[in-house]
Design a protein around this ligand. Structure first.
Ligand SMILES: Nc1nc2c(ncn2[C@@H]2O[C@H](COP(=O)(O)OP(=O)(O)OP(=O)(O)O)[C@@H](O)[C@H]2O)c(=O)[nH]1
Ligand SMILES: [Mg+2]
Length: 512
């Protein structure tokens, strides 16, 4: 199967080189490794050795006396009670281009209009991302649900960079949580980390949009991604089958991983979630309108001239499978697996902050000037703090214990955010475009200046010639003046003079 042809504008839409650009924590890792290599080529090996998490190997297997009831079998019930009382937080990102049916699908999943499109505009909205928090209660159980949507996604004339704010938003939620955890009071800690992303695709039989592909690829590195083809009611079963095969094949071949974190998490917990890997993409029909079905029952569905389709009719739609996976079976697993991803991001960020400190403690202004491309941006660190940074053990950072906190204090959120911005593809692209524009302006001005200088030179030559001619004329006229003076003198003394034209005076010799 040829996936090349299934991706729209493969060579022209989103810039190829940015497809492999990494942002956020991936960028951080790149920066950290680069810094480590620049400063100490052998440091990578040293860093890898630190692994402090206790493993099951540390435990001793203890048998309980037969007939004695310890009560550990009640732990699941206790957890159930806690979950019932506290509720479960679930942050669901519903992404996809405008009009793919994101709002409708969310409403269909929860069986009522929990979001409406008018309201969407007034929700907490930033960079084309809207967010709504709600508490859903059913059977004594509470779900603290946050729906993050991307209204009007892909509506720009040039969408090559549209995916970056969305991906940055996902990273920012993790970064924000890490920094919130460092605060002394954590009661108001807001957990906005994305647990799962439903990415909605149009039922387009011809092409997979390039923006969709790159967004899914980048999101799949960060969240549990589930691709969904919506509005499959416009396709017949064979068309839907073909489309699913095409989409699956393309995503597999373009490195888009489905629920990657769930997979990693599964391996650790000895569970296999094969269904999600074999069944994706889900082809669904969504509708937030209730209609009367043939048995006279109100159901969610769509009405056509020829009849009706219920959204949960498994013959035409995978809606039930999706709902089963997302809510009934694996919601907690999706949340838990995000936690393990968070751990790796947290460790990445903290390590980067320590290694940044090492770089600054070795910081040499002259060296910095020599390497214009150095990833170090000068910041002002008080001299005593700099001394403290110099004293830390960077080869074995665990030796520093709480002293490492000094690094976290200096390389705080503000500074780390700046580093992220400096390294983000969007910033780099903008920097590149500004530099290009600046060079174009300089070239244009230089050309103008050159033309102007040439014209001035020409003018100068003409003027010089004029000056020479005029100087000659002046010289000639001065000569004439002198002759006339002499003639006047001769006349006064009673000598001879002529009234004729000046030419007769040329070469006239006076006797004084
Ligand atoms: N035929 C059909 N139409 C659908 C389906 N799902 C949604 N729609 C229609 O698609 C249109 C757009 O749906 P929305 O839910 O507003 O799409 P959106 O992705 O939220 O759009 P933005 O908020 O602009 O990004 C509406 O008219 C929906 O009724 C479906 O499964 N089948
Ligand atoms: Mg919407």
């Amino acid at each position: 199967m040829n996936t090349q042809s299934f991706v729209e504008n493969d060579d022209t839409d989103c810039p190829q080189n940015f497809q492999d650009y990494l942002t956020g924590f991936f960028e951080m890792r790149k920066l950290r490794l680069l810094n480590a290599e620049l400063n100490n080529p052998t440091s990578n090996q040293k860093q890898n050795k630190t692994k402090l998490l206790p493993t099951k190997k540390d435990y001793v297997y203890q048998k309980i006396m037969p007939g004695y009831h310890v009560g550990i079998d009640n732990i699941p019930k206790q957890l159930e009670r806690i979950t019932r009382n506290k509720g479960t937080n679930f942050n669901l990102l519903v992404a996809g281009q405008s009009g793919t049916g994101k709002t409708t699908l969310v409403n269909t999943l929860f069986g009522q209009t929990i979001i409406n499109n008018q309201e969407n505009e007034s929700l907490t909205s930033c960079c084309g991302i809207s967010k709504k928090k709600m508490i859903i209660e059913a059977d004594d159980t509470q779900l603290n649900l946050t729906i993050i949507e991307t209204p009007s996604y892909g509506n720009k004339t040039n969408n090559s960079m549209s995916w970056i704010p969305l991906v940055n938003y996902v990273d920012e939620q993790i970064r924000s949580y890490i920094f919130q955890e460092e605060q002394p009071y954590r009661e108001h800690l807001q957990d906005n980390r994305i647990h799962c992303c439903l990415y909605l695709l149009e039922p387009n039989l011809r092409k997979l949009n390039k923006l969709d592909l790159i967004t899914m690829k980048e999101l799949s590195k960060r969240v549990n991604l589930i691709p969904v083809i919506n509005k499959v009611d416009i396709l017949n079963p064979n068309m839907l089958k073909d489309l699913k095969i095409q989409v699956k094949y393309t995503l597999d071949n373009r490195g888009v991983s489905i629920c990657q974190f769930l997979t990693e998490f599964n391996n650790e917990n000895g569970v296999e979630f094969d269904d999600i890997r074999t069944q994706y993409p889900f082809g669904v029909i969504s509708s937030d309108k209730q209609i009367l079905n043939n048995s006279g029952k109100l159901v969610l569905g769509r009405k056509y001239k020829w009849g009706i389709i219920e959204v949960d009719n498994s013959e035409f739609s995978d809606f039930l499978k999706l709902k089963q996976f997302l809510i009934n079976d694996y919601m907690v697993d999706l949340v838990k697996s995000t936690e393990s991803y968070y751990e790796s991001c947290r460790s990445e960020l903290l390590q980067t902050r320590i290694l940044k400190a090492r770089d600054y403690s070795n910081y040499n202004a002259e060296e910095y000037d020599k390497q214009a491309s150095s990833p170090l941006t000068p910041i002002s660190i008080p001299p005593d703090s700099l001394e403290e940074l110099k004293e830390l053990d960077y080869d074995d950072i665990e030796n520093n214990k709480l002293k490492n906190y000094k690094c976290y204090e200096i390389f705080n959120k503000k500074l780390m955010d700046k580093i992220y911005i400096d390294w983000s593809p969007e910033f780099m692209e903008r920097q590149f475009l500004f530099k290009k524009k600046f060079n174009e302006i300089i070239n244009l001005e230089e050309k103008k200046f050159f033309k102007w200088a040439q014209a001035l030179k020409k003018k100068q030559t003409v003027l010089n010639k004029e000056i020479t001619t005029m100087a000659k004329q002046v010289e000639f006229l001065e000569g004439e003046c002198r002759n006339l003076e002499r003639m006047v003198l001769v006349d006064k003394k009673g000598g001879f003079y002529s009234n004729n034209s000046s030419t007769t005076l040329v070469g006239f010799h006076f006797k004084r």
